[in-house]
Design a protein. Structure first.
Length: 481
């Protein structure tokens, strides 16, 4: 069963820098380092077989399996011992860290004088070769519990499908969570959830030498954060159960116990199939409960982003997708017609307004482009999402403006909007433009005071005083007869 959020796309105003970096790092670790693990294991197996180690250790390994309740593995290996595939047993032995530890405890009394020295020398060489395999080198092994591995295991994966599956889910969930809490908090929370997932795995496998690798514990934490952040807001989810799949809408927080129950059921009663369900559960709890507590004391959450619910209108989504397909295929005439239909049906949708700007921008020297840009930037709005969209359009339009200077009224209105979304760098640039135009208006006094307060909160006290003095000077000049 798979249930994941399918609600949010990328908001480039809040670029998913950390999510992208984490995905890139996981790919780099796998394809630049882990990719050669098969060669490392094969080299160790060949050396192991060439030196007759399999014949020496195989009976001990069978005994080891029986003593640890792994009878089925023992029976399977015994059945292939007399076949041409006995080399498989060498791979099984070399991949079993618990047996390596058991063998290292043996001494000359166990092996006898005539065998021990050669066996010890060969075994030490084999151990050195095996130690270079990524899972043993930096994977999380509960019985060893090395501190550094609680971080490193999060960036390693067992195979290509393991990597791709995790990275797709990280992209789908991480983008929205990072946009809501910011890149720095997201990175800290992501690593924290991974550590807690690793601790949960260690706690339930205290003396085990099985290795844990993969980002799924951290990603489970991201899903827990997602549920806690969106709370009772209704979110669209994608589900897949065997051959059935589709979408449903539910309060985000409702999914946290559902996800947790699924992981615990599989951890306690399901077939593990090398899936660390208890690590997933630990990550979910760390992300969900941690965010419920942390959002009030530690993590700064951008509630306005969470409240910007994506459109529920399926017809609108389909119409917008059709327009984008035509645009991607360079069918500009068809794209214009479809966009005109969208504008007639959804005249106030930010995506539609922004797409019209981008379409007109294909001819940046045309009069229609400048006319539309001016009319769009002159819109009156109290909606935060629209203010962000206008901010993006304004910053994009300024280098293309040329002689088509924005009217003073539009400039002032935009500055006031941008103050409300804390776009202080842009407001400062616009203030300098207003000074060049010798603009005098009571609204500019208000903007200067808001700017002074905003940059003061950022710690730029000297600059804040300058803008406050500028506001006082302008206010005084406006009062003079």
């Amino acid at each position: 069963m798979l249930i994941i959020p399918a609600e949010r796309g990328i908001d480039w105003r809040r670029a998913p820098v950390v999510t992208g970096a984490l995905i890139l790092l996981c790919f780099l670790v796998y394809f630049s380092w882990q990719w050669r693990d098969d060669q490392r294991l094969q080299g160790a197996a060949e050396y192991y077989l060439e030196n007759g180690m399999l014949e020496l250790e195989f009976p001990n390994y069978i005994s080891h399996l029986h003593q640890n309740g792994r009878e089925s593995e023992a029976v399977e290996l015994e059945t292939i011992w007399d076949s041409d595939e006995r080399g498989i047993a060498a791979y099984a032995i070399l991949g079993d860290k618990s047996f390596t530890v058991e063998m290292d405890k043996t001494d000359i009394q166990f092996w006898g004088k005539d065998v021990y020295r050669n066996w010890r020398t060969t075994r030490d060489t084999v151990n050195e070769m095996i130690a270079e395999i990524s899972a043993f080198k930096l994977g999380l092994i509960p019985a060893e519990s090395r501190a550094i591995t609680y971080i490193t295991y999060q960036f390693m994966h067992g195979d290509t499908m393991h990597l791709l599956g995790n990275m797709v889910i990280l992209a789908l969930t991480g983008i929205a969570v990072e946009a809501a809490i910011g890149s720095t908090y997201f990175l800290v929370c992501y690593l924290f959830c991974g550590v807690m997932a690793g601790l949960a795995f260690t706690l339930f496998n205290w003396n085990d030498y099985g290795t844990l690798v993969g980002a799924s514990g951290s990603i489970s934490g991201v899903m827990g954060m997602y549920a806690a952040l969106y709370g009772l807001r209704k979110i669209r989810f994608f589900y897949s159960v065997i051959f059935y799949f589709g979408y449903f809408t539910a309060p985000a927080l409702v999914m946290l116990p559902v996800w947790l129950a699924w992981e615990l059921i599989n951890a306690l009663w399901g077939e593990h199939n090398n899936v660390a369900y208890i690590a997933h559960a630990g990550g979910l709890l760390a992300g969900g409960l941690g965010m419920m507590v942390g959002r009030n004391y530690l993590v700064q959450v951008e509630e306005t982003y969470l409240d910007q619910a994506p459109d529920e209108d399926e017809e609108y989504r389909k119409a917008l997708d059709e327009y984008l397909k035509q645009l991607a295929a360079f069918n500009f005439d068809s794209a214009r017609r479809k966009l005109s239909t969208l504008e007639a049906t959804y005249p106030d949708k930010n995506a539609v307004l922004e797409q019209r700007y981008l379409l007109e921008k294909l001819t940046p020297n045309s009069e229609s482009f400048h006319q539309y840009s001016h009319s769009l930037l002159a819109r009156t709005t109290a909606d935060t999402a629209t203010m962000h969209m206008l901010h993006d359009v304004y910053r994009d339009y300024v280098p293309l403006m040329a002689d088509h200077i924005l009217p003073d009224e539009t400039l002032l209105k935009l500055m006031l909007n941008f103050c409300q979304i804390d776009a202080w760098d842009t407001v400062q640039t616009m203030v300098r433009l207003a000074q060049k135009k010798r603009l005098k208006d009571p609204m500019l006094v208000k903007i200067l005071r808001l700017l002074a307060r905003g940059i003061n909160e950022q710690g730029e006290h000297h600059l804040s005083i300058q803008f406050r003095d500028l506001a006082d000077s302008l206010e005084q000049s406006l009062q003079e007869p």
